[in-house]
Design a protein around this ligand. Structure first.
Ligand SMILES: [Zn+2]
Length: 150
């Protein structure tokens, strides 16, 4: 284990980190949303796996995604466990990333009214701090909101 992996394990000790996904948390430390990508077929997958679900290659490694996407679906969580930075009701959004059709990442949309978090809404990656560590979130991308509606 290298120093960055040790830091990721320490700072995200409340999360289920394993050999397949630790590279994603190393990315969080660097404010980079990384998902596992296959070097043989070029496809991304989420959640992280040691074997590419498309071609079964073991030649997978975390790589940064663009951070641009659209809301695929959203639910409003009215209750849940206590967690720093989470107040209820809390929007949980499945974000379809533009990097690959069907590549979706579960997150939240911040600084937005619930009525505005609709399927198709353009969003972009941003970062907040939770438990004194970087945490990826999305916000509505106002620069792209008109291109989607028109
Ligand atoms: Zn593959």
């Amino acid at each position: 284990m290298n120093a960055t992996q040790a830091e990721a394990l320490a700072r995200y000790s409340h999360r289920a980190i394993d050999q397949d996904n630790i590279g994603l948390y190393e990315g969080w430390l660097a404010h980079e949303l990384r998902l596992n990508k296959c070097a043989d077929c070029g496809k991304w997958h989420e959640p992280a796996r040691a074997i590419c679900p498309s071609c079964w290659s073991m030649n997978v490694a975390p790589a940064p995604v663009s951070g641009r996407g659209t809301v695929y679906l959203a639910i409003l969580l009215r209750q849940g466990r206590e967690e720093e930075g989470v107040t209820y009701p809390y929007p949980v959004a499945l974000i379809e990333l533009e990097d690959q059709p069907g590549l979706r990442y579960t997150s939240t949309v911040i600084d937005a009214a619930w009525e505005d978090i609709k399927p198709g809404t353009p969003v972009k990656l941003d970062w907040t701090e939770r438990n004194r560590a970087p945490f990826p979130v999305f916000r509505i991308d106002q620069t792209r909101i008109n291109e989607v509606k028109s």
